[in-house]
Design a protein around this ligand. Structure first.
Ligand code: ATP
Ligand code: MG
Length: 557
């Protein structure tokens, strides 16, 4: 490809509305352009990378025996009513009506459609196992689209659905997909981890997520430093501390704490550690009332654990400020467990702290030296927090380490949820109708591109892993338009590279070498060759790998 004929649309300035590096670099490199919140076009450069990702996925899915098909984005409501998800799905599901006032949605996922296909096409156990996949556009009306294509509203997913006659078969299909995912992510050349995960509302027992490790990742994942344990932090049990509660050493006192609303304000203002402060969160109860959840100041609430507690509304909802003030008579920043007239659940770790600091349930006042059992009731305890670095791992043998990850893939065992609700039976060996056991397997194709950049960049721009690079080689002539010698040698080299099947970008634009070099670095091409008149006279060219410190000379031949 000649750069003069390619739409290289690089930008010098960092776009102000792009918060994370991958989003900034995708815009600056001219890979994507935004039209509305979470809605993007892929320009020719970006599309080349997207196609590489798709191709690797396609090859490995085919190799694993899955069959590619293509399902519609526009999905009739009837199918979603059959599965029961028409009513279950919230505003993430984009609903619409056609000109005949028939309800429909733009598919956020395709379990309903694929089950509809299955029940029409397949009727015997002899046709199983079966795995259908597609690479297709999804729409989810995300509440907060952000980070460019990392969390967009329209995005491309590879989704696969397996069908088996029994649970063992489903397990085998799942294992085959697990291995296919390992092959796919290895081929991308990214640093990733497979971790066990929550199956969410979809149900089913086993589920694994694939995460690309990156500091900007939205998910936290916990690894055992000694063992094999790895899981999304959402699902990891925090073991109760082995230590006894510390004994009270002083009388409880009220202190004035104007302007101190956060744990950090309090810890600084009163010169205590965050561990010594109680964080009291008020959430909605199932019956419309409120429930208090108390954590150590340095711990974070785990929403999945909290919403499973008796009496707490699921999905978890933090109470509105007005409702808190109306019910409790003081503002959020001053709530605490002493004298609180609400059902209160205390995290195991918070329950062993003595002489703690907590809100006094009066504006701008806190207690110091408060103690469980003495100044308030013996706590009802539960595990409601996220694990942190250094916590024991769940089998109690080692320590956990927390890293950040970007979820790029998710594999689930669905069981018979959709095949039963949508009556997709096949005949078994005895001629009896059986609802097949399903699995579903997603990869965020567009998200993979952003995640790859998040993990591979420097101050100059993107550093593509070889398998994803839009071009392998950049040929950068100096004075291409002025020197016949340079033009001749460059065109020769370009033709030879093409003949060998290399993906080359020849930068024949009439620009200063500095501009050309910085563009090639920004868009992340792994290898660069520079041809100059001086070099050609000396029968040499200059080579630099994208992450090399300096260029090297090589003989032209
Ligand atoms: P998340 O927790 O990030 O919202 P999810 O659990 O909703 O993801 P799945 O329904 O399992 O995601 O979808 C499969 C894959 O699609 C995800 O692993 C992710 O890589 C990708 N994906 C999901 N939502 C988006 C989005 N809004 N933008 C881009 N990719 C997405
Ligand atoms: Mg989601």
């Amino acid at each position: 490809m000649r750069a003069s004929r390619f739409h290289l649309a690089t930008l010098k300035e960092t776009p102000v509305d792009a918060e994370i590096i991958s989003h900034q670099l995708m815009l600056r490199a001219g890979m994507i352009r935004r039209h509305a919140a979470g809605i993007y076009s892929w320009l020719p450069l970006g599309l080349r990378i997207l196609r590489k990702v798709e191709q690797i996925i396609r090859e490995e899915m085919d190799r694993a025996g899955a069959l590619e098909l293509l399902m519609p984005s526009f999905q009739p409501a009837e199918l979603w009513q059959e599965s029961g998800r028409w009513d279950q799905f919230g505003p993430e599901l984009l609903r619409l009506q056609d000109r005949h006032h028939r309800d429909a949605c733009i598919g956020p996922t395709h379990e309903e459609i694929v089950t509809d296909i299955f029940r029409r096409e397949v009727n015997s156990y002899r046709q199983l196992p079966l795995n259908f996949y597609q690479i297709q556009t999804k729409f989810r009306d995300e509440i907060r689209p952000r980070f460019g294509v990392m969390r967009s509203r329209e995005f491309i997913m590879k989704d696969a659905y397996s069908f088996d006659i029994d649970n063992d078969g489903m397990q085998r299909s799942y294992d085959i997909m697990d291995q296919a995912y390992i092959n796919i992510f290895n081929r991308f050349g990214l640093d990733y981890r497979a971790v066990s995960a929550d199956s969410g509302a979809i149900g089913g027992s086993t589920s694994q997520e694939f995460h690309v490790l990156a500091d900007s990742g939205e998910d936290a994942i916990a690894f055992s430093e000694q063992g094999d344990f790895a899981a999304n932090i959402e699902t990891v049990e925090a073991l109760p501390p082995r230590t006894e509660r510390s004994v009270a050493s002083a009388e409880m006192q009220t202190v004035d704490t104007p302007g101190m609303y956060t744990i950090e304000d309090l810890a600084n203002g009163l010169d205590v550690s965050a561990q010594q402060c109680m964080k009291t969160l008020i959430v909605e109860a199932e019956d419309g009332g409120l429930v208090a959840l108390v954590l150590r100041g340095d711990h974070e609430l785990n929403a999945l654990k909290a919403e499973r507690l008796d009496g707490v509304a699921s999905p978890l909802r933090l109470a509105q400020r007005e409702q808190i003030t109306a019910t409790l008579g003081s503002d959020i920043g001053s709530i605490g467990p002493v004298g609180l007239k609400l059902k209160t659940i205390v995290d195991h770790s918070a329950a062993v702290v003595g002489d703690f600091v907590c809100g006094a349930n009066q504006d701008d006042k806190h207690y110091i030296n408060a103690n469980w059992g003495r100044d308030c009731e013996e706590p009802v305890t539960a595990d409601i927090r996220n694990v942190i670095d250094g916590d024991p791992d769940p089998d109690g043998t080692g320590q956990l380490k927390i890293l950040r990850g970007i979820e790029v893939g998710h594999i689930f065992q669905l069981g018979q949820k959709y095949s039963e609700s949508m009556q997709a039976a096949v005949l078994d060996e005895n001629g009896k109708g059986v609802a097949p056991f399903m699995g579903c397997y997603g990869i965020g194709v567009t998200r993979v591109v952003a995640a790859a950049i998040e993990q591979n960049h420097d101050a100059q721009g993107i550093i593509w892993p070889a398998a994803l690079a839009p071009f392998q080689l950049a040929i950068c002539p100096i004075n291409y338009h002025k020197s016949e010698v340079v033009k001749q040698a460059t065109d020769d080299l370009y033709q030879q590279c093409l003949a060998r099947g290399l993906e080359v970008l020849l930068d024949d634009r009439a620009l200063r070498p500095g501009v050309i070099f910085s563009d090639m670095e920004l868009i992340g091409i792994p290898h660069r060759i520079v041809l100059s008149e001086r070099g050609i006279t000396a029968q040499q060219f200059e080579y630099k790998g994208r992450s090399d410190d300096s260029a090297q000379e090589f003989p032209l031949d």
